[in-house]
Design a protein around this ligand. Structure first.
Ligand code: PGA
Length: 235
């Protein structure tokens, strides 16, 4: 089974999100997940009801309740019957200063409430150029899962920062090598993310250690995202 996830980030009006969600194909073979902006998540869940499509949020906070203006918690997500949460996306690390410690707390909360999680890791260009990619990713993984022994609900997305939204995807070999490395640390599904499109999806998904794709830009266009869903059906 492959996992095809669309991360809509902070994009689309609700009308646009509605049209997009209505157009997404489902799959009986693979797992399809949508991560709309959280304000749309419930509506999107309603729209895809009856189709085999899961819906999640792009972030949670690590407390249950309290004076944390603007945040939503794992227990809230669970209580609305949403399926998934993304944790540790590089944009959260960069723009919202999420440290490995914060990510570890969020992951613990998501697991406590039995949410499915996609934990994002990935090195910057500078780190790759300085041959630090493997060390950085290993540290991100180990720090995120510290103190946790049940990772049944967790998947990892390897998203090299230099490949996100740049049009430069990691080569299938580069991704596969990192995925194998991650699976040696912890043997759970590993998705690739970073400039995935309908042209590179087949080759990426064909790699031995690539269990799925986390797709940003290309998930905002129904025909492209559906094409990738169809490609995954072939494997
Ligand atoms: P991209 O984003 O597909 O637009 O590169 C991927 C992601 O950030 O999850």
């Amino acid at each position: 089974m492959k996992i095809i996830a669309g991360n809509w980030k902070m994009n689309l009006t609700f009308d646009q999100a509605n049209t997009l969600a209505n157009s997404i194909k489902s799959s009986n073979k693979n797992e399809i997940i949508l991560f709309p902006p959280s304000i749309y998540a419930l509506k999107v869940k309603e729209i895809v009801k009856g189709k085999n499509i899961k819906v999640g949020v792009q972030n949670i906070f690590y407390e249950d309740f309290g004076a944390y203006t603007g945040e939503i918690s794992a227990i809230m997500v669970k209580s609305m019957d949403l399926d998934y949460v993304l944790i540790g996306h590089s944009e959260r690390r960069k723009y919202f200063f999420e440290s490995d410690e914060i990510i570890n707390k969020k992951l613990k909360k998501a697991i406590e409430y039995n949410l499915d999680v996609i934990l994002c890791v990935g090195e910057t260009l500078e780190e790759r150029e300085n041959n630090k990619a493997f060390e950085v990713v290993k540290n991100q993984v180990l720090r995120a899962i510290e103190g946790l022994n049940n990772l049944n609900n967790v998947k990892i997305a390897y998203e090299p920062v230099w490949a996100i939204g740049t049009g430069i995807n990691a080569t299938p070999e580069q991704a596969n090598e990192m995925h194998q490395f991650i699976k040696e640390i912890i043997n759970i599904p590993v998705l690739y993310g970073g400039s995935v499109n309908e042209k590179n999806a087949y080759e990426l998904l064909s790699q031995e250690f690539i269990d799925g794709l986390l797709i940003g830009g290309a998930s905002l266009k129904a025909e492209i995202f559906n094409k990738i869903i169809e490609i995954a059906e072939l494997l």
